[in-house]
Write a protein that binds this ligand. Structure first.
Ligand SMILES: [Zn+2]
Length: 301
């Protein structure tokens, strides 16, 4: 079926509102070059990728060595830079967690090859990982001796078990995001805290690159949350937002990839400039950084 022949979605996947706007038509520039749309709900601000690939077909869109968050096999400059920044941000993440939480039971959902959990383990946390990708999972177990299971294992974990649950750029990939947040609610202790990092479609780099913005990443990213829709999702699933914090390196990485999609060349200077401008405008304006970390606590009855 041609993209133009695919029927529009019936309602907003977050608030059920029936009047939606077609926000963008774009391609999977990363892998398949297939065309998708981003639909936007004017009522709650939620955006989502359409059509959504069937569940069985989703893994096909991840089958590439270039997906470096799942693989450390590339060795070009871009990947080395990514890994260097990752090591720095890992430590920043743990510092952030310590600021908001006590207790040492941590669950990382979508832990990929386990670098973050390994850092947590070194810092004295008792770690549990969930990762759907078999290769990434096996790598985390083999390299760091971590306990990492496939996604269905989430339903087998005991309730009120964790002080901290993290999802670093994961929720945008999850098909049933409401159910996932309900699961996070169940697994957290009453005073537990969830850290949810997401790309921000309200950022300057998103607006500047338009359909070439790399963090649309269709169809791997199924949902696109802004502050407004994330607040609604939090409320619907028993959370309140305690803080919203920036991830300042993402603007550079996202700009680099976006430049590649837009101009078919990787111009580091141009990408660096755009990343810097994005952070500068966010810092001096409404804090709409390229990616945001939502710190969520359970609403106490
Ligand atoms: Zn809506």
């Amino acid at each position: 079926m041609k993209h133009s022949e695919i029927p529009a979605p019936e309602k907003c996947l977050l608030c059920d509102n029936k009047s939606l706007t077609n926000h963008l038509t774009l391609k999977d520039y990363f892998l398949t070059q297939e065309e998708f749309s981003i639909y936007r709900c004017p009522s709650c601000g939620f955006m989502f990728t359409w059509p959504r690939p069937e569940t069985e077909k989703l893994p096909d869109y991840y089958k590439s060595l270039e997906y470096i968050s799942h693989s450390n096999k590339r060795s070009d400059f871009q990947s080395r830079l990514y890994q260097l920044v990752r090591n720095y941000t890992l430590k920043k993440k743990i510092k952030l967690i310590r600021r908001f939480t006590r207790g040492n039971q941590i669950l990382d959902i979508g832990c990929a090859t386990g670098e973050f959990l390994n850092q947590c383990k070194k810092q004295g946390y008792h770690t549990t990982g969930i990762e759907p990708d078999k290769n990434a999972r096996e790598s985390a177990i083999r390299n760091y001796g971590l306990s990492v299971k496939d996604t269905p294992h989430l339903s087998e974990l005991p309730s009120s078990e964790f002080d901290v649950i993290t999802m670093w750029h994961v929720l945008e990939h999850v098909e049933d995001f409401k159910q996932r947040m309900e699961t996070v609610f169940r697994l957290l202790k009453p005073d537990g805290v969830a850290f949810v990092a997401l790309p921000n479609p309200s950022s300057h780099d998103a607006k500047h690159y338009g359909k070439f913005w790399a963090a649309w990443d269709v169809p791997r990213h199924l949902s696109h949350f802004n502050r407004e829709s994330m607040k609604l999702l939090s409320e619907k699933t028993g959370f309140e937002i305690q803080a919203i914090l920036p991830m300042v390196f993402d603007s550079y990485y996202v700009s680099l990839l976006s430049e590649k999609y837009m101009r078919h060349s990787t111009c580091f200077i141009r990408a660096f400039y755009r990343g810097f401008i994005s952070n500068f405008l966010a810092g001096t304006g409404k804090k709409e950084y390229s990616s945001l970390i939502y710190v969520l606590k359970k609403v106490q009855a």
